[in-house]
Design a protein around this ligand. Sequence first.
Ligand SMILES: [Zn+2]
Length: 304
Amino acid sequence: MVAPAVEAPVVIGLDVGGTKIRSGLVDREGTVLAEREMQSPASSEDEVLAALDAAVESLLDERVAAIGYGIPANLERGTGRALWATNLPLTDVDVLARTRHRFGLPVGIENDASAAALAEWRLGAGRGVDNLLMVTLGTGVGGGIVLDGALVRSWVELGHVVVQEGGQVCTCGGHGHLEVLASGSAADVAARELYGDDADAHVLVGHAKAGDEAAVDALAHIGRTLGAVIGSLANLLDPELVVIGGGFGAAAGRFVLEPAREAARREAIYPADRRLRVVPAQLGPESGLVGAGLVGFEALDGLR
Ligand SMILES: [Zn+2]
């Protein structure tokens, strides 16, 4: 009788968003071996937790050694307890302990944008760098920071940095936050102003690609706003590299990145004004899922 081959462990990564939950079997190299997607329930915490359980169960087999979450919430430092989520009904709930108890596996949890930053740092645009800032530009704006070769485990709610005191109200209730001014949602607003109520960010990018100057200008304005904040953060953190990801970041990158780069260098103090690098993410829409998988491997390896 032939002994069964010892298979390398895989983990289940869950990239939890306000509109959908993506889950996948991920190996140590960040390859997604199988993937599922479902709508995020918006009505109650119980429904969200049940959906997360179902997402795990749909992929669970004997190879699975750990579970990792990327979740759009503020997490309590040290415990990983989800304190507050802007786009999901999750308030003060210990998703990590609950999942560990239910499935009997090591579990890691990280803010979704921080998980994406981990993936870009380990496997994408940030390989070989010890200090980086990741910006995820989607419907909202997220951030992740690596400093001195370690992922920063604080909130990094980059989308909720004030750009315009007393400005337009944000999804979080604050005013003039980056997310209101430079995000997929901001591009939706600009698109409606230019092309009518049915237009959205996708339409705006389409017009820009066709050479429409008004669309190019609107996206450049978003880029400059983002860049000004990046320059401010460069003065605070001194990153070697800034990585721009997220769905809107990927779609609008060629219109947003260069204005962002110029504005960042304009605001950054010497020598960041000359050497700050702002580059697109390399892992694309997979980065959140791959990052959640890497968080699972860190839990498996006893690193969190
Ligand atoms: Zn906000």
